[in-house]
Design a protein. Structure first.
Length: 73
């Protein structure tokens, strides 16, 4: 997934954004001429080759899966 949208034009994904393939939390928004799809990290990886072919922009927040959780005081 090499195409990325700027943060100013693509809103951040929230827990309410669900994967269009399985309903899990969405971490990747794919913008296409025909509309938008949201994928979980698994389905984004699974369909990466097709996404690269059809996407006009990809907003990828999968890095959030690897961020350490904040310690509570």
């Amino acid at each position: 997934m090499s195409t990325t949208a700027s943060p100013e034009t693509t809103p951040a994904l929230t827990a309410a954004d669900r994967c269009d393939a399985c309903g899990a939390q969405g971490y990747v928004r794919v913008l296409m001429d025909a509309g938008e799809l949201i994928f979980c990290a698994h389905h984004a990886r699974k369909h990466a080759a097709t996404i690269d072919q059809v996407a006009t922009h990809v907003h990828d927040e999968t890095s959030r899966l690897y961020e350490p959780e904040h310690e509570q005081a």
